[in-house]
Ligand binder design. Structure first.
Ligand code: PMP
Length: 385
């Protein structure tokens, strides 16, 4: 990997004509270095004469891949040693029921903050196991904001508090870590903003993230679980549902998603050495945070200066990953998406639940793409406003 790792974000959108700017909400774009290395290793990894897709999940090559992926996840996120890092399957959606299955005792209550579509999915799944108490909600304003800590009302003794740090569909993001009542594990679905900046893992009991946005390819969900949270899990469950089993077996209780884990490993190496000229002296997620802020600012500045576009998120709740906005009419939204695509910008159509536009600009999305979108938005407003 190192031979092709340069530290600068390289994207083929400009350099190679067959690639365009990919604003997809997930699976999202990956860094060129990661894609090129994957191509090579599918054919022959580590000079073994066998590709990564064909190696045994218990062989030496995969031992290395798994160990490095875990070590780099720990290094990038400064993960405390009393946390296990797990690679599971079934998407973030499986965690929505695995969490209550493990942590919500029969007849118990867990607290949830409803900030949109995916938070609602988590709440629905918890109801199979116990009571989901709504500690906060942004539903009253079409999920356009993030409730403040002062607005949260926890139940008497919740088994855990769950929230969704970035709302992929509505384009809102927490810019603080909610504080759960003392001794109550904080659980976070960080699928769409994990490692977009520094994170204090020690504040959480459990974090989970589908890999397909900021961590790699679809097919694995990464978990950071504190040891004492694993200890308190329900043991009366089928083995594949038990965090304790996956932790004991080092994510190899069954055949793990070998290739997605391998890609996560490459992405972690890419983030670890990431540097950005706009953040001199910074590296990794610290540099990434500035890079993401600068990319998003290009687009939000256009929204703020415009009477034509309307952003969905309230100013203090704006997501740096998924930027949602609309023009004055559905017909113009449609025209916007179509014309942007003709100019090499794909994936800008908003989610079916919200309409309008959504520009997803994950870690690997290049600055050039954000500049191209901002310029296109101005021109579209000039000609259609
Ligand atoms: N949570 C969030 C915040 C998401 O954005 C998504 C997927 N877009 C999910 C959960 C569901 O993830 P999966 O498709 O991996 O089950």
């Amino acid at each position: 990997m190192s031979a092709t790792m340069t530290g600068a974000v390289k994207h083929s959108g400009k350099a190679v004509s067959e690639r365009i700017f990919n604003f997809s909400a997930g699976p999202g774009c990956l860094a060129e270095e990661v894609l090129r290395q994957s191509q090579q290793d599918v054919w022959n990894i580590d000079g073994s004469g066998i590709g990564i897709l064909e190696h045994s999940h218990r062989g030496k090559v995969f031992d290395r891949v798994l160990a490095e992926a875990e070590a780099d996840i720990r290094a990038v996120g400064n993960v405390p040693s009393n946390f296990k890092v797990l690679f599971l399957t079934g998407g973030a959606s499986t965690q929505n029921f695995m969490i209550p299955a493990n942590l919500l005792p029969k007849g118990g209550t867990a607290d949830y903050i409803n900030t949109g579509y995916w938070a609602e999915k988590s709440i629905e799944e918890a109801k199979f196991y116990g009571t989901a108490h709504l500690a906060g909600s942004s539903k009253d304003k079409d999920h356009s904001y993030i409730p403040s800590q002062a607005e949260l009302k926890f139940s008497a003794s919740p088994a855990y508090v769950h929230y969704t740090s970035n709302n992929t569909i509505y384009g809102t993001e927490y810019h603080y870590v909610p504080q759960a009542p003392a001794g109550v594990p904080l659980v976070c679905d960080a699928s769409s903003d994990i490692y977009s900046g520094p994170i204090d893992v020690s504040k959480f009991g459990l974090i989970y993230a589908g890999a397909q946005k900021n961590m790699g390819a679809a097919g694995t969900t990464v978990l950071w679980v504190r040891d004492d949270v694993i200890e308190r899990c329900n043991k009366d469950l089928p083995s594949m549902l038990r965090y304790g089993v996956h932790a004991k077996d080092g994510s190899r209780h069954n055949t793990p998603p070998v290739f997605p884990i391998y890609v996560v490993g490459l992405v972690m190496k890419w983030i670890k050495q990431f540097e950005y000229a706009g953040a001199p002296g910074k590296k990794g997620v610290d540099a990434m945070a500035v890079y993401n802020r600068d990319k998003a600012k290009l687009v939000y500045d256009v929204l703020d200066a415009s009477k034509f576009y309307k952003g969905h998120a309230r100013g203090d709740s704006r997501s740096l990953m998924n930027l949602t906005f609309r023009t004055p009419s559905e017909a113009l939204d449609e025209k916007f998406v179509k014309e942007a695509k003709a100019q090499g910008m794909d994936g800008l159509k908003g989610h079916r639940a919200t309409g309008g536009m959504r520009a997803s600009m994950y870690n690997a999305f290049p600055m050039e793409g954000a500049k191209a979108l901002a310029a296109f938005m101005k021109e579209f407003e000039r000609t259609n406003g």
